[in-house]
Design a protein around this ligand. Sequence first.
Ligand SMILES: CSC[C@H]1O[C@@H](n2cnc3c(O)ncnc32)[C@H](O)[C@@H]1O
Ligand code: ZN
Length: 441
Amino acid sequence: MDLLIVNGTVLTMEPGAKPIVDGAVAVRGQDIVAVGPRESVPVPAAKVLDAGGGLILPGFVNTHTHLAMVLLRGLADDLPLKEWLEQHIWPAEKAVMDAETVKLGTLWAAVESLKAGVTCVCDMYFYAPTVAEALEQVGIRGVVPESIIDFPTPSCPSPEVALEKQRELCERYRQHPLITPAVAAHAPYSVNAKNIAKAAELAEEFDVPFLIHVAETRWEMETFQKEKGTTPVQYLADLGVLSSRTVAAHCVHVTAEDIATLAELGVGVAANPVSNLKLASGVAPLPQMLAQGVKVGFGTDGAASNNTLDLLRDAQIAALLYKGVTGDPTCMPAPTVAALLTRGGAEVLGLGKVVGTLAVGKRADVVCLATHEPHAVPVYDPESHLIYAARASDVQHVVVNGKTLVENHKVLTVDEDALRREVFRLAPKVRGAVEAVKAKG
Ligand SMILES: CSC[C@H]1O[C@@H](n2cnc3c(O)ncnc32)[C@H](O)[C@@H]1O
Ligand SMILES: [Zn+2]
């Protein structure tokens, strides 16, 4: 055996499975080869990870983020989405996001993600090959698209170039163990129908995820109703671009008919509760979506609107938020939320057969969560603990694709201190560049 993870309660997150007290997970190469009570799991192993009596569970799956935007964290707060994007974020990206900056931002974001228990990220940004290179360097699993918008982006002077780059990426990364190539179109209000259709066709041709922001704000919903006489979801459905490979980020402003359409077409929804709250975009009707059988996972969105990549925090806030808005304490119970954080996210990304639960034959993406700090003692119910008490800082060990990437809170694959120094060095330049752009008007 290559790796044995022992001395913890195993939460497999397989549907209906009970926690395994004093359980173990055995790993050979990239794969889980045994999960069960300690005495049932084969020994010896080349390496043993001791979970210290805590929890052993699948890594969290971040279904929607913009990794390199960690470099814009806290640069524009307390604004609505449209003003935030058009007057602050897009000018900032234009000024600073070259390939080198995206590489640094993505490395830093991957470190933040791993240390928060996230083993799989679905990015949506620019310079996809650079993003993929950074994720491989850290060792985290990723869905990586090149993104199309109807205006020049930091990596593509035109939508045509973006489409070419999307094709090259899909060809280069098919069959990669960690990187799933993908195609992204920014949103139905920023990409015209022809380009959305071309991007979706490419995703279909390569059978890769198709990512798009959908129905994030009231403005988007009202604009579509006024100008096209339909909702953003129906507009995309009528274009024929929604399918089981679609990852629709947000879906805050959706009608009952939209929810039925999302369910019928097998669309995955990446819900971003914290970003939606911070930008005052609204609250996505997740309980209704789940009741109708829509696939749902959680996303942080970028760190410029969250302002962290702590996906556990998104799940925990969601668990409380829906109780608050419905007045029903049984709404979004801990087991449901824990499932969305892991298995649900994997299903949204089309990776449900690969990761999302601890099961024999799946890749070993595993998190060990310490439960000895005062806020974590005692633990009666592991799922309750995860959703109502645990903190990202409890993440002790992280394994991705069978490789130990974090051991005793330390990232092993990259030099965190050196990256921190580089980010500190870059931050004043980012601030300066953004202020210069704003001063120009
Ligand atoms: C082509 S995707 C990257 C693009 O999206 C921008 N972005 C970041 N967060 C959001 C959001 O919540 N809604 C819409 N667009 C967003 C990001 O700044 C990049 O320009
Ligand atoms: Zn987003």
